[in-house]
Design a protein around this ligand. Structure first.
Ligand code: B1M
Length: 233
């Protein structure tokens, strides 16, 4: 890189820096993203603001050009890698809030789907809100979900899907829970960019979560209802 190109991120104001970070994420520049995250944290931004305004917004822009055939899988993989570098720094800050444990969740991306950034964000924010999280990773067949809920007995089962071709698999998992007679033992929350509330209703999930913050709010609501029911019984 020439001296001319060697931009000092610290000299940029907040707006310029976030715009630069969107460009750096687009270009898959992991070190620059890590530096940008640290600078914003040092300026007093909350981890959640850095996550949403710098990283998630940058990935949204990547998604548009991926859709339009301007970016391809290798470039998007680099962008994802840069995003994960930033998330790695934010993770302990989001997770260690000292919140008391309020419940537990098993979560995984469904079979055929390897997208995990959104699911990882949900896991982090749920942990930060006091949930114990068992993350099954990506590409999970129904057996993985069933095995994990039998082993961990969570309050919540979370599923993520980013493809229109993989989202129907969530119904396969819910049907398997019904067949085993355990559907009502768990709150089933689903999320991922192509989903919506109508889809969640149609497959028999308890709720659709638009983003990680909504997943936390929804999970807390369900836990509060559960405790109220137990108190009334
Ligand atoms: Co993929 N991809 N991708 N991709 N990719 C999308 C999803 C796509 C919309 C891009 C596009 O065309 N605009 C498109 C899907 C089109 C469709 O189905 N309608 C697509 C495609 C087509 C593909 C491939 C088929 C491309 C190919 O090979 N030709 C392929 C499929 C691979 C597979 O899974 N089998 C593929 C591959 C990849 C990469 C590997 C390169 C990479 C993934 C890397 C990784 O995850 N480790 C990738 C990426 C990065 C994307 C985009 C650009 C970004 C996804 C992302 O991380 N977003 C994506 C475009 C887009 O979504 N607009 C795209 C940021 C993240 C924070 O948001 O994941 O939505 P999101 O999560 C949010 C909410 O949705 C919600 O909370 C999260 C945080 O706020 N949420 C939940 C998510 N899961 C939840 C679970 C919950 C609750 C909330 O449970 C309770």
């Amino acid at each position: 890189m020439s001296d001319e190109d060697d931009l000092d991120l610290k000299t940029l104001d907040d707006d310029e820096l976030t715009a630069q970070m969107h460009d750096d994420l687009y270009d898959g520049l992991k070190e620059e993203i890590e530096e940008g995250v640290n600078i914003l944290l040092g300026r007093g931004w909350t981890p959640y603001e850095v996550l949403t305004k710098a990283l998630v917004e940058g990935m949204r822009i990547v998604g548009i050009d991926f859709r339009d055939g301007i970016l391809f899988v290798p470039e998007v993989l680099l962008a994802a890698n840069a995003m994960k570098g930033g998330m790695f720094i934010l993770r302990p800050l989001l997770v260690e809030t000292g919140a008391p444990q309020v419940g537990s969740m098993v979560i995984g991306t469904v079979k055929g789907d390897i997208h995990d950034i959104g699911k990882n964000l949900v896991s982090m924010m749920m942990e930060g809100a006091g949930f114990e999280v068992v993350d099954l990773g990506i590409n999970n067949p129904v057996e993985n979900y069933i095995g994990a809920i039998e082993e961990h007995k969570p309050d919540i089962l979370g599923m993520s899907a980013l493809l229109t071709t993989t989202m129907p698999y969530m119904k396969v998992v819910i049907e398997a829970l019904k067949e085993k007679g355990v559907r009502d033992d768990y709150v089933v929350l689903v999320g991922g960019a192509p989903l919506n509330e109508a889809f969640a209703d149609a497959i028999g999930a308890d709720a659709y979560c638009r983003d990680a913050a909504m997943a936390v709010e929804t999970a807390k609501d369900f836990m509060a209802r559960k405790h109220n029911q137990m108190g009334a019984a």
